[in-house]
Design a protein around this ligand. Structure first.
Ligand SMILES: Cc1cc2nc3c(=O)[nH]c(=O)nc-3n(C[C@H](O)[C@H](O)[C@H](O)COP(=O)(O)OP(=O)(O)OC[C@H]3O[C@@H](n4cnc5c(N)ncnc54)[C@H](O)[C@@H]3O)c2cc1C
Ligand code: SF4
Length: 561
């Protein structure tokens, strides 16, 4: 009988759960709160988990904190949608604006491993031009990083996660073949392929972070389709079973059920107490206050990294305001919390006379990036679209909330479940300063101010949605689907509240994810994205974390950290 991961920390007393063996443990280095470690990292998801691993392997001392539990997938995860809602970040948040964002299951996780524990595993590279979209495509903002450098880090992450994918990827500069072979297509993916071919656009097998062959102690995928509720076989290559065990083996300490509430900053000697905070104020972050086992503690550190994702990261920085940083840490630009961006996630659904059983296998086994690489459109940005496989409870919820079906009509729709077929986009919304995260007056169970999230679609967003819905409708019509309907109100993935750039006036962190204002304070997660592109973000977040680790090592070697 496993212990309760919600009430008792598992990363304790010099040991950590061995996620590959039921009931087993692995040794874990343990630091004292008053040890001044090289890095304390808040958050252990795609950004924080990867960085913890790479920094520990580079020889730095690392403590990583996560507010969520440390799950053992082989024992804690059930093939049950209701049970698995335990993976989501469902703490109180206020969602407002013209198009309030649905928060929780579809965009944030709370666990060691972060949102990757219940992500859909789609692992795509950015289109190179998106790193300079302002200069090359006329919208958004330029990243301070060259795509060629990212190409190398993408490769590193694809190798580290044994991404399964096609031999030849149809779009963008040539890339080596994926480390593992692509998965077999299910009927939902074949329907996508058929629609693309009928409309004359390319498609391919989706590069996925789930194994198509055994790897070490992890099993290959068994195609039962519970990926979005946490994979109970360890086929899914989440941070929980990849970067985190590597980090622990390399000497990092990971503390679960550890909620960070405030970053402590020491004023630079000789600096006046008043006045605006200049870039590189000289102030230093000295550690993090966090709540664990019912009491507030303080971990000392030479450097602090925030990696809580695009709502919790600005929340922590804003909540750490001091007299010299009255608007929050790293916020002399006023941009912490601003340019909050989600991605479009609209779908078109229909019925096939064939049995589809789209729940079989990972949800998105085939995709097309055609509209990401075609610029002849009357709006900025692009989108990919993918085959879909919603599980029954989610499907019933979509029918009742998005389609308004109740009673007998809902029952009828559910009887058609095995014949439904759908296409869904991941699309680029434009980044707007007015979409933002701020602190509300209300507090949560930790006594911390809760985040207030404001979002409104702009005309360009609406044009992108309209284009995608119309095209996907044609694709379903082309394969003879009937009863076609559009799911317009959905978004996914978050970004943008601590954007990176090469100008301290227009960005929060530099290309090394290092804050302009407090040079030993880093942000390393999805919130540093200046733009989102039209693909899922996790591969880019992990690639950036690998790059950040290499930059830290180089800076340290030159005595510039
Ligand atoms: C349902 C779903 C499907 C997805 N599918 C895909 C996909 O197919 N492909 C893809 O590329 N991306 C996908 N994503 C998105 C992807 O998972 C995220 O973009 C990515 O994990 C974000 O990485 P991150 O490091 O910024 O944050 P996260 O991975 O969310 O990690 C943040 C961590 O910080 C912790 N934390 C936050 N605040 C604090 C605090 N104050 N103290 C301590 N800990 C804290 C949280 O508990 C969490 O564990 C999906 C996401 C979801 C939810
Ligand atoms: S389909 Fe594969 S990746 Fe998804 S939950 Fe099952 S074994 Fe895991």
């Amino acid at each position: 009988m496993p212990d309760d991961p919600f009430n008792e920390p598992r990363g304790l007393d010099g040991r950590a759960p061995d996620v590959f063996r039921p009931g087993a443990w692995m040794p874990m280095r343990q630091f004292r709160d008053d040890d001044e470690v090289d890095f304390v990292i808040v958050g252990t998801g795609a950004g924080g988990g990867t960085l913890a691993c790479r920094l520990a392997e580079a020889g730095f001392t690392v403590v990583a904190l996560d507010a969520g539990p440390w799950f053992r997938p082989l024992e804690d995860f059930a093939s049950d949608e209701a049970e698995q809602t335990k993976l989501y970040w469902t703490d109180d948040r206020i969602s407002t604006g013209g198009n309030p964002v649905q928060l929780g299951s579809n965009n944030s996780g709370k666990a060691v491993g972060g949102s990757t524990v219940h992500f859909a595993m789609v692992s795509l590279r950015f289109r190179p031009e998106w790193f300079k979209s302002r200069t090359l495509l006329g919208y958004g903002a330029d990243w301070p990083i060259d795509w060629r450098e990212m190409w190398g880090y993408y490769r590193e992450v694809e190798e580290a996660l044994s991404i399964s994918g096609p031999v030849n990827y149809p779009w963008g500069p040539k890339r080596p073949r994926y480390p593992y072979r692509a998965h077999e297509l299910n009927a939902a993916a074949l329907a996508l392929a058929e629609g693309c071919e009928a409309l004359g656009i390319p498609w391919t097998e989706t590069p996925l972070a789930t194994l198509s062959a055994p790897r070490g102690r992890a099993h290959p995928c068994v195609y039962r389709g519970f990926c979005l509720t946490g994979c109970s076989t360890n086929a899914k290559q989440s941070a929980l079973i990849t970067w985190i065990p590597r980090a622990v083996a390399a000497g990092a300490e990971v503390r679960d059920l550890a909620m960070a509430g405030r970053i402590e900053v020491k004023q630079a000697e000789g600096h006046p107490h008043r006045g605006a905070v200049a870039t590189g104020s000289g102030d230093r972050a000295v550690g993090v206050h966090y709540l664990r086992e019912g009491r507030w503690r303080f971990q000392r550190a030479r450097h602090v990294v925030v990696a809580g994702y695009a709502i919790e990261t600005p929340r922590l920085l804003l909540n750490s305001a001091t007299a010299r940083h009255p608007h929050g840490l790293a916020n002399s630009s006023g941009l912490v919390g601003k340019y909050f961006t989600v991605q479009a996630n609209q779908a078109v659904w229909g019925l096939s006379d064939r049995e589809i059983r789209s729940y079989k296998g990972p949800p998105s086994l085939a995709l097309t990036e055609h509209w990401n690489y075609c610029d002849a459109k009357d709006f900025f940005g692009g989108y990919c679209y993918m085959s879909q496989g919603p599980l029954p409870q989610l499907w019933a919820r979509v029918q009742s909330t998005n389609r308004g079906l109740w009673g007998e009509r809902l029952m009828r729709a559910m009887r058609d479940y095995n014949h439904q077929v759908g296409l869904k986009i991941v699309g680029e919304f434009l980044e707007l300063a007015s979409n933002r995260v701020t602190l509300a007056d209300e507090t949560d169970q930790y006594g911390l101010p809760i985040p207030r999230v404001e979002y409104t679609w702009c005309d360009n967003d609406k044009a992108l949605i309209g284009h995608a819905l119309a095209f996907m409708r044609r694709a379903l019509e082309a394969i003879g689907a009937t009863d076609i309907w559009e799911q317009e109100d959905d978004t996914c993935h978050m970004a943008g509240t601590c954007r990176m750039g090469d100008d301290p006036r227009t960005s929060v962190v530099d290309a090394d994810c290092r804050s302009w204002d407090i040079r030993n304070l880093f942000v390393c997660d999805g919130s540093v994205f200046p733009t989102t592109g039209g693909v899922n973000p996790s591969l880019t977040i992990q690639a950036l974390a690998c790059r950040t680790a290499d930059r830290v090592r180089a800076l340290a070697a030159r005595g510039e950290l």
